[in-house]
Every structure is written in structure tokens, then in C-alpha cells.
Design a protein around this ligand. Structure first.
Ligand SMILES: NC(=O)c1ccc[n+]([C@@H]2O[C@H](COP(=O)([O-])OP(=O)(O)OC[C@H]3O[C@@H](n4cnc5c(N)ncnc54)[C@H](O)[C@@H]3O)[C@@H](O)[C@H]2O)c1
Ligand SMILES: CCCCC[C@H](O)/C=C/C=C\C/C=C\C/C=C\CCCC(=O)O
Length: 248
């Protein structure tokens, strides 16, 4: 798959799944705007990518997706730097049942904002792809994390409705939603909070049921989602077995 000349914007790009997305896109020829809240690690990662893929292939922009102003500015800056936008991955997410309003802001509002900005900046004639990162918890319950589950169900519902809308209106923008099972990242190591500690067993049962993906395996699924960049249907991906469902 050649993505030469394509410009991607990825939120939460410095670690875990977002970093893996970024590397896959870079390996396939795209230029990538890396958005994250972590400035020092963001600058470090840009230096690593400069040596691996060449200078000018990435830019790092400090951006908290829960801030409308910061996300707006980051989209603007990406277009000023690279001239266009073809692929957006709304990936940034947290697991914090204690500060649940912040989690809703990041996991759901951030994805909605990033998608709407994508629709605003992508051009119908040139097409575009948006990948929203939900979770298997967007399809079923993660009892130890009810608000997290709600945000991820929200991402699935929003993406499916918009994917249908985009097809019906002929917007030329494909909306995808990715629903990974457990993936071995920093996120996966999040402590279960005290109130829900008794649900540790329930969570362990799910680990056992779905297994824990390593990033490299997970990336195979991501590549599959990106494959139809210029043609094909909207995809809904449940990545535990790297399979995709066609939307609607
Ligand atoms: N790891 C899993 O088991 C798993 C499974 C299913 C879905 N997911 C989803 O995948 C996405 C990425 O998770 P991960 O496992 O790679 O996590 P991670 O913690 O390894 O990486 C998340 C990245 O997002 C950044 N980030 C956090 N808050 C941000 C904000 N407000 N604005 C911008 N960037 C922010 C962090 O700095 C970090 O670089 C999340 O949406 C998560 O819900 C993860
Ligand atoms: C401590 C790590 C937390 C990781 C959260 C992450 O997003 C992963 C969740 C993965 C799976 C568990 C969530 C729900 C699964 C329950 C049912 C799925 C049923 C799907 C279906 O309808 O067939």
C-alpha cells in the first residue's frame, strides 16, 4: 500500500497504538502530524522519526484533545505545515473512572471534535479517511470501567451514524471505527480504581477470554483498515482477530 503524498494527523501519537499507527503510515510513505499532550516525549519521538524516516516527514504539535482551541489550532498548523490532510486517526484516550468527566472530554468529545474538524478540512474531490479508536468496550461491557465503556459505545455510535451520513451525502470521506481488545501498552497497565477493585476478577476473566494483543499483531489490523484509502466501503473493525465488518 503506497501512501506517498498522503498527510495524516494522529492524536495520542507518542505512545502505544498511536505511535504504532504513526510508524505504519510513515513506513508506507505518508507524512504524519503527531499530536499529544506529552511535549518532551513528543520532541524526542520526532527526533527518532527524523533519523528513521527522514526530516520533514513528521511534525510534533502539543495538543490536548479535550481543548477545542488546541485541537483547532493543531489542525490549522498541520495544514500550514503539510498543505493538506488525507488521514485522521482520533486515537487519544484515557482510562480514569475517578475523573470521569475528564475521560468523557478526552475519549468522546475529543473524537467528535477531531472528526468534525476532519470533515471541515478534508476535500470531497480528494477524499479522506477518518479512523476513530474505540474499543471492544464499545461493543460490550467492561464492568470495572462503566464510564469508559460509555465513552467507547459513544464513539461507535457516533462513527457509525456519521459513516452512513457521509455515504448518503456523498461526502467522499470514509469513517472507520477500530475496536481493539486488550493491547499491551502503558494504558493496559492502568490501575483499577478502589471503588471498582472488587471487579478485578471480572476484568481478569475478560483478559482470559480475549487475550492481550501485542502491538505488532494489532498493527496488522490497522493496516487492513487503512488499505481502502481511495476506494471501498466504510469499515468497522474488531481487531482481536483482525477481522473487519462492513458498516450498514
Ligand atoms: N491498550 C488497550 O488495551 C486498548 C484497547 C482498546 C482500545 N484502546 C484505546 O486505544 C487508544 C490508545 O490507547 P493506548 O493503549 O495506545 O494508550 P497509551 O496510554 O499507551 O497511549 C495514549 C497516548 O495518548 C496521549 N494522550 C492522553 N491524553 C491525551 C489528551 N488529552 N490529548 C492528547 N493526547 C493524549 C498520551 O500521552 C499517550 O501518548 C485509546 O483511545 C484507548 O482507549 C486501548
Ligand atoms: C485495563 C485495560 C483496559 C483496556 C480497555 C480496553 O479498551 C479494552 C477492552 C477490551 C475488552 C473488554 C471490553 C468489553 C468486552 C465485552 C464484550 C464484548 C462483546 C462484543 C460482542 O458484542 O460480541
Amino acid at each position: 500500500m503506497s501512501l506517498d503524498g498522503k498527510i495524516a494527523l494522529i492524536t495520542g501519537a507518542i505512545k502505544g497504538i498511536g505511535r504504532a499507527f504513526s510508524e505504519i503510515l510513515l513506513k508506507n510513505g505518508a507524512k504524519v502530524s503527531l499530536l499529544d499532550i506529552n511535549t518532551s516525549e513528543g520532541n524526542e519521538l520526532k527526533t527518532v522519526f527524523d533519523s528513521a524516516y527522514g526530516e520533514g516527514r513528521t511534525c510534533f504539535i502539543r495538543c490536548d484533545v479535550s481543548s477545542e482551541t488546541e485541537l483547532n489550532d493543531a489542525f490549522q498548523k498541520t495544514i500550514e505545515t503539510f498543505g493538506r490532510l488525507d488521514i485522521i486517526c482520533n486515537n487519544a484516550g484515557i482510562l480514569d473512572e475517578q475523573d470521569w468527566e475528564k475521560m468523557v472530554s478526552v475519549n468522546l468529545n475529543g473524537v467528535i471534535r477531531g472528526t468534525l474538524l476532519g470533515l471541515k478540512h478534508m476535500k470531497k474531490e480528494e477524499g479522506g479517511v477518518i479512523v476513530n479508536v474505540s474499543s471492544l468496550a464499545g461493543l460490550g461491557p467492561l464492568p470495572s470501567a462503566p464510564v469508559y465503556t460509555a465513552t467507547k459505545h459513544g464513539v461507535v455510535g457516533f462513527s457509525r451514524a456519521l459513516a452512513d451520513g457521509s455515504s448518503l451525502l456523498g461526502l467522499g470521506i470514509r469513517i472507520n471505527v477500530l475496536c481493539p481488545a486488550f493491547v499491551d501498552t502503558h494504558f493496559f497497565k492502568s490501575e483499577i480504581n478502589e471503588t471498582l477493585a472488587a471487579l478485578q476478577d471480572a476484568r481478569n476473566k475478560l483478559f482470559h477470554q480475549f487475550g492481550v494483543l501485542q502491538l505488532r499483531t494489532h498493527c496488522c489490523g490497522v493496516q487492513h483498515v487503512y488499505r481502502p484509502v481511495t476506494t471501498g466501503p466504510d469499515w468497522f473493525s474488531a481487531c482481536s482477530n483482525c477481522f473487519n465488518y462492513r458498516l450498514s
